[in-house]
Write a protein that binds this ligand. Sequence first.
Ligand SMILES: Nc1nc2c(ncn2[C@@H]2O[C@H](COP(=O)(O)OP(=O)(O)OP(=O)(O)O)[C@@H](O)[C@H]2O)c(=O)[nH]1
Length: 267
Amino acid sequence: MSHFTLITLILSATTQALAAIIALRGLHLAGSFRLSWICISAALFLMLERRVIPIWHIYAGRQEDPLNTFIGLAVSLLMLCGVIGLKRLFQLMHANEVELERLAHTDFLTGLNNRRYFMKKVKQELIRAVRYDSAFSLMMLDIDFFKKVNDTYGHHIGDIVLQKVARHCQKTVRSIDIIGRLGGEEFAVFLPESGYDRAYDVAERLRSGIEETLLECVGDNLLHVTVSIGLVSTGHTGNSIDELLDLADKALYEAKTSGRNRICRSQ
Ligand SMILES: Nc1nc2c(ncn2[C@@H]2O[C@H](COP(=O)(O)OP(=O)(O)OP(=O)(O)O)[C@@H](O)[C@H]2O)c(=O)[nH]1
């Protein structure tokens, strides 16, 4: 190996090792992959250039040529960087997958389950409820005169109201309850192991809690909203999720037409 090749290799190896260290501190997927690949290729190249350097010779004290010792150490370092880089790459890929899955299930504005995922989870719960003949309830909740909020304060404030109502719902229900944003200003909550009385209590806590809460989102002005709720409870055990939502929607419509800020039950 000529002096020129050697110096070029040393410089390139040092640069790559430094770049790999930077990469390990949070570089994105493609960068991490490229750097690991470069480190490992550089290490292999160095090994082949010296006709395969047995690294363990260095540690066993059998390597006498100082150049070989140096290249052996460079190979070890590059290999190490490459392996750590690969490990980081797999971690990033896994984190990306988890994040993509989360995004596919989540409503971007409120952080609740989106409609599709809500339906999927409720379908599973329904199968369980039918099998064990257990009680359940489903409620649909809609913010009253929400168009007026948007028209008066703007869409941005409307979004904040949606987020605050979503947070209130999340805080009020149990962790086993399934809550989702069906779209617009409409939310749904599925309550496993809950017959009408228990579900009505929860619905009333949601309704009164939102009515009493003054939303601090319009500068110094406090905003006040109410919700209407349609409730369907067991007795409809044989129904599909679509049929249940339809029943809850009809009850919600009744709550809207009979004055809003109230709970109506599906008959
Ligand atoms: N800020 C905001 N507004 C939304 C969003 N999605 C839907 N809306 C608005 O929600 C409003 C819904 O209005 P309507 O369906 O007339 O219902 P409403 O005014 O709440 O009246 P009632 O339901 O009958 O009490 C519309 O103005 C939509 O533009 C959203 O993500 N953000």
